[in-house]
Structures are given as C-alpha cells and as structure tokens.
Design a binder for this molecule. Structure first.
Ligand code: PHE
Length: 479
C-alpha cells in the first residue's frame, strides 16, 4: 500500500491543501463573532497563544502519525498499536458525521451566492427587505435546502474522485488564490468605509467583558468561558481531531519538513480568521449603532449573523452592496468547499486503506452516505422542524455531538496514545527525519503527556455540563 500511495507533488502543495482544509466556515463566520462576543483583543490574544502552543503541537502530532504510517486515520492508529484501533474508528466517524451537515450549510452559502449573482447581473434586489423572512423561508422549504446541499456534496465528490494531485491540488490552485485576494479586497473595502475605525477598535481593543461581570468584578467563570471558547475554535479551525491532518500527512513526502509546514498552515489559518474579523466586525458594529441596537445582539452567534444580519448590512451599501455580497459569499463558498473536500478525502482514504476498494467506489460510497445523512440536517428546519434530539434541531445536534463531545475525546485519546503508549520520541523522530529539529521538545512532551489531556478533559466536562444545563436544566452551574 505505502509503495504506490499517492503523494502531494511538493511541500507547498501540502501546505496549501492543509491550509485549504483549515480555512473554512470556522474562520469566516465563527471566529469574528466569538472575538466580538468574548472581549475583542483579549480573545484574540488568548486564541493566538493557544494556536502557537496547543494548535501547533497537535497538528504536528497528527501529521507525523499520518506520514509515519502512510495510512489514513482509520487504520493508522491500529497499525501503530492494534489495541488503539478504536481511535481511528472514532476520528473517521467524526469526519463522516460532520461532512453532511457542513455540506448543508455549504448549500445555504451556495444559494446566497446565486441570489447575489442574479441580483448583481440583473440589477434587482438580492434578499429583499425582510432578510430573516427570506432565510427562514429558504431553510424551511421542503426540498431546496437538500438540493443545494447535494450540489455542494457532488462538487466535492467530483474533485476528490480525481485524486490527490489531479483533484485536490488543482482545485486548490484555483480556489485558494481567489480566496486570499477576495479576503484582502473585502477587508480593505471595509476599512475605508466612513466610521469603520470605531468598529475596528471594538474588534481589537480588549474589553473587560472577557473577564469581568457586568458589574465590573473579576470573574473566573467568564475568563474560563472565554478560554474554552478559544480552545474549541482552535481545534475546529485547525481541522484537528477528525483525522484530516492524519490523512493529509499520509500523502506527505519524506523529504518535506513537518515543522515548517505546520507553522505555515497555522499562519494562514490565523491570518484569514483575523481578516474575517476586520471584514465583519466593523460593518456589523456600524450597522448596530445606526439601528440603535446593542452590538452584542447584532453579532449574535447563530446562522443569523451570516445569513440575516450581513445581507441587511450589504443592503445599506447602496449599489455596490450586491457586489460586496457576491464577493463575500464567493469567498465563503470557496473556503467551505475546500474544507468539505478535505473531510471527504478523510472518509474516502479510510475506505480505500481499510477495504482496499478503488478510489471511485469509495467516493461513491462516502457520497451516498453523506447525501442520506444530509437529509436530516437539510429538513430539520422545515418538514422535520418539530423533531428535536436532546432539545436541538438535527443540524445543531450533529454540530454539538462532534465539536463538543467527540472531538475533545478523540484529541484526548490521541494525546494519551502518543504520550503514554507510542512514545513522544517516535513522533519527534518522524518530524526530524528530514533533518530539521523540532524546537522545544521537552515542552512538547510535557504538553502531550500531561497538559493537553487535562485541558481536553476540562473542555469536555464543561461542554457537557453546559449542554445538560441548557437543554434539561440539570446542574446548577455551567461554564
Ligand atoms: N477547519 C474548518 C473551518 O475552519 C472546519 C472544518 C471542519 C474543516 C471540519 C473540515 C472539517 O471551518
């Protein structure tokens, strides 16, 4: 298997592919509102500190496991130690559960892109005055949300079916430069709007709400909540704990540098998250001030921000509004698509490696499974709108169970496995193979063996407590 395994055509291609996976809805949608809600600059600093330590350590570990075994996550753990096969099954399951609901949201983005394209080219209105009504009518429809999600999945399937070099690399070479250009262009446009500076200040200046109660007293609870939020975002944004970096690492050439690659991937991922904040927070801030509503309310966390508030904001830009909307949703679509491609590839590689089926068969299998599973999330706001799992819609439930429960568990198991079973030395050996030394080895070992498992356990407990509290009223405290 490892002899004729596909590989990236070079280190740059690997970095672009991994960055393309990392840069997604998490950067463009989740990061800005988390930053705005958790105290601006304070959150950003904590986030960057976490990426520079935990993020880099975990990404290095996953990529090294992939390159060492030359297998995808499903079989990589078992290859290193048979008793840890379960870890591979868990990561693969996470990827297969995320892909369908991620694609449903990708479908919403596709729909908005088409709406803005039509408006831009025919000179009509995009979403209309009632953007909330428009959004709810769309996601509540009985077929459209599924149809758009399906189109999104089929596009990803097409790219993945062409293989690592002909499919993933080539599509990235088109999408990623476009993504960078649009992100910079939109950020510059926003910064030149009159009054934008006040919004930038709101985004960047650390606010006391990160660690103080509304009455001004210091609150550990708030500080913890902000840190947990930043940590969860770091995982999600780095595409960690779902096997992707293991699969992508398994296509990495032995002569390329893991250390350098990881630094670059994390750099691009963080850059785009910060840029997204420059793009979104100031305009929502200006809009909130104009409308006389609290900025926190305008920066509301749910889908409302991207699909209801931003269209309202674009409408205030006059004639250029539809073009800004068109560019914005193109940017989001490219980011989401490249992330979905990486999820898809993690699933496909898993079946190719374990069942020895061809890439084509595996693509068809993962695609069919995703289409079927996507029905739940797609119809969960319409026909099946009354169904609640543990008090949540299907989409929210899948999101919760993966991000808040399974991903911390998978990451924790990976750290325990590497730290206590495989041995940190094996990872260091793999990383240093091509000659570049892994800096701060002792810190890395301490982190993987002790700190990361404890922190991950804390995240898991706090998320589950918060869930029990919010959904069932069980427990008197939550973070
Ligand atoms: N890292 C991606 C983002 O920031 C999220 C992602 C999740 C990517 C799952 C792939 C798989 O949006």
């Amino acid at each position: 298997m490892s002899e004729n395994r596909e590989s990236w055509s070079g280190q740059i291609m690997f970095v672009i592919a991994a960055a393309a996976s990392a840069i997604g809805l998490g950067n463009l949608w989740r990061f800005p509102y988390l930053a705005a809600q958790y105290g601006g600059g304070a959150f950003i600093l904590v986030y960057i500190a976490l990426v520079a330590t935990m993020g880099i350590a975990l990404m290095t570990t996953e990529i090294a496991i992939g390159r060492m075994t030359r297998e995808s996550q499903l079989t990589a753990y078992g290859r290193l130690d048979r008793r840890w096969r379960g870890c591979g099954i868990l990561s693969t399951a996470i990827a297969l559960v995320i892909l369908p609901y991620y694609s449903v949201v990708g479908g919403w983005v596709l729909k908005y892109l088409l709406v803005y394209a039509r408006a831009a080219f025919t000179g009509t209105e995009a979403v209309g005055g009632d953007s909330a009504g428009f959004f709810n009518a769309f996601i509540g429809a009985s077929f459209a949300p599924f149809g758009y999600g399906a189109l999104f999945i089929i596009t990803a399937a097409f790219v993945v079916s062409l293989g690592v070099q002909d499919g993933i690399e080539k599509s990235n070479l088109v999408l990623m430069p476009l993504l960078l250009v649009i992100a910079f262009a939109l950020a510059v446009y926003v910064l030149t709007l009159p009054g934008a500076l006040a919004g930038v200040r709101y985004y960047l200046c650390p606010s006391a709400s990160a660690f103080a109660d509304p009455d001004g007293g210091f609150s550990w609870m708030r500080l913890m909540r902000m840190t947990m939020g930043a940590m969860g975002q770091m995982f999600y944004s780095g595409s960690l704990a779902m096997g992707i970096m293991i699969t992508y690492g398994s296509y990495m050439r032995r002569e390329d540098s893991v250390v350098r690659s990881v630094l670059r991937i994390e750099f691009f991922d963080t850059l785009i998250a910060l840029l997204a904040g420059f793009m979104i927070v100031p305009v929502v801030y200006l809009f909130a001030v104009q409308e006389g509503m609290p900025v926190e309310t305008a920066m509301n966390a749910g889908p409302g921000l991207m699909f209801i508030t931003l269209p309202k904001v674009f409408a205030t830009f006059g004639a250029s509004g539809v073009w800004v909307g068109l560019l914005f949703f193109a940017l989001v679509l490219f980011a989401a698509l490249t992330s979905a491609i990486s999820l898809y590839e993690a699933g496909v590689a898993a079946f190719v490696d374990s069942l020895r089926v061809s890439r084509g068969v595996s693509v068809a299998f993962v695609g069919t499974l995703s289409l079927l599973l996507s029905v739940f999330s797609a119809l969960g706001f319409g026909v099946w709108g009354d169904i609640r799992i543990c008090g949540q819609t299907f989409l929210d439930f899948f999101d919760f169970i993966t991000n808040s429960v399974l991903m911390p568990v998978a990451a924790m198991l990976t750290c325990v496995f590497v730290g206590w079973r495989l041995g940190v030395g094996r990872i260091v050996g793999e990383v240093e193979r091509e000659g570049r030394r892994l800096p701060m080895k002792a810190a890395y070992a301490f982190f993987i063996r002790y700190l990361a498992p404890l922190i991950l356990l804390a995240i898991l407990v706090s998320q589950v407590m918060a869930f029990l509290h919010d959904s069932f009223g069980i427990g008197s405290w939550h973070i």
